[in-house]
Design a protein around this ligand. Structure first.
Ligand code: T4K
Length: 377
């Protein structure tokens, strides 16, 4: 069997927060040959359609649309549902979550997070809803499910749409099956740094065929057929090279996830013994994807978070502060009334303490031991 641990080039001594998984190159060559022979390169070609079918089956969802990245997928999702006015979202995420709103001329309204899951706190949603609020944009941060039932109950009560930024949540299952079936739409990222990658890529999961059709149309300039443009769409299509890579990646996804699970378990065991470091709890989760390994550096740890990050860096270990700074602290958003630090204390605390440790299938056991040794004091 193909060994994940031996797939790393020997001259690369650095340990990164993540490394993309790539299947053996020779297995990709027949796909390339087919693309070369058919000259079908993009615009919903045969590999694109096959990948949609296989992903629906693998993820346990009914409709999926493939796009060229997760950010465009968020923007298209917002456009597809005609979201406007104000949208409630989390400041504790990657820039793309809020930037997607800004690109649609929507005002972000930041709400604080739950201290256990680091996801949007449903108990704080109601107080910020105004007549202008049209949707909620929560993030399943690190692949940990949001409290989807509470969020849906509020959305139903106030007639709001829910679009989940599920960029980290490929393959995650909650109490009732695929997490991606919650809300009106869920958005995935297939970026190189993600559990499942197509170099760049993304997807939108929808609940009915009409919505999928609208998403596909918006992804392709708004064409409904060659003589008719019915909406001001964009070009956000995934090409055949990337779709083919996705098909091959799917053959390895179970191996990728089980190697990630081993690494996750080993970190948890080790960190349990280290005073001052805590792991994020896995609530609301039946099947995890181990997409990140965040730890929180507490006051009783001998180093600050930044000093621990530096200590690792000095040894060639590139951990990352996902997500510091908060999006609400970016100069472009910090003047919004909802961005005030006093309203976002849990988020600020998490952002000041979090450090994501290296986790990826080719992280060797000895490299992981090196990381753990440096955490111990
Ligand atoms: N929503 C959420 C919640 C997200 O986290 C993201 C993306 C999005 C939406 C948007 O989805 P996309 O539009 O990206 O599909 C990275 C990724 O670029 C970004 O996709 C991701 N979230 C974010 C959390 O992380 P950076 O700027 O930290 O990536 P970078 O280039 O520093 O890479 C991190 C490490 O990964 C490097 O130190 C080494 C390794 N790496 C990276 C790349 C790109 C490789 O080994 N090879 C590579 O090709 O943002």
């Amino acid at each position: 069997m193909f060994s994940m641990e031996n797939n790393r080039s020997s001259d690369d001594q650095k340990i990164y927060v993540t490394r993309p998984f790539l299947p053996p190159l020779e297995e990709f060559m027949p796909f390339l040959r087919q693309i070369w022979d058919s000259k079908s390169l993009t615009n919903f070609g045969p590999f694109h359609r096959q990948l949609e079918e296989r992903l629906c089956e693998y993820l346990g969802v009914e409709y999926i649309s493939l796009l060229n990245n997760g950010t465009n997928a968020l923007i298209v999702a917002l456009k597809a549902l005609d979201v406007s006015g104000e949208v409630i979202t989390t400041p504790y995420s990657f820039a793309a979550t809020t930037h997607a709103l800004a690109w649609c001329n929507i005002k972000p309204v930041f709400v604080d997070i739950d201290p256990c899951t680091l996801n949007l706190d449903p108990s704080k949603l109601e107080e910020v809803i105004t007549p202008q609020t049209s949707a909620i944009l929560p993030v399943h941060c690190y692949g940990n499910p949001c409290d989807v039932d509470s969020i849906q109950a509020i959305a139903d009560a106030f007639n709001l749409k829910v679009i989940y930024d599920a960029a980290h949540a490929f393959g995650v299952k909650c109490h009732c099956g695929s997490l991606l079936n919650h809300g009106d739409l869920s958005v995935l990222s297939f970026h190189a740094t993600k559990v499942f990658n197509t170099f760049e890529g993304g997807a939108i999961i929808s609940r009915d065929s009409k919505t999928k059709e609208r998403i596909d149309l918006l992804t392709n300039f708004g064409f409904d057929h060659e003589d008719n443009v019915v909406a001001s769409g964009t070009n956000a299509k995934l090409n055949e090279f990337q779709a083919a890579l996705g098909l091959l990646q799917l053959d390895y996804i179970d191996q990728v996830l089980s190697r990630r699970a081993e690494i996750d378990a080993r970190y948890r065991e080790a960190i349990h013994e280290i005073a001052g470091l805590t792991c994020i709890s896995k609530r609301h989760q039946e099947v995890a994807n181990y997409s990140y390994f965040p730890i929180l550096v507490e006051d009783d740890y001998p180093l600050s978070r930044n000093d621990l990050c530096l200590r690792l860096k000095n040894d060639g270990i590139i951990a990352r502060k996902y997500f510091f700074p908060l999006i609400s602290q970016y100069p472009v958003y910090r003047d919004l009334p909802s961005a005030s630090d006093s309203r976002l204390t849990v988020s600020a605390e998490a952002a000041s303490r979090v450090l994501c440790l290296p986790i990826y299938p080719e992280l060797t056991s000895s490299d992981q031991a090196r990381v753990i040794r440096l955490l111990c004091y």
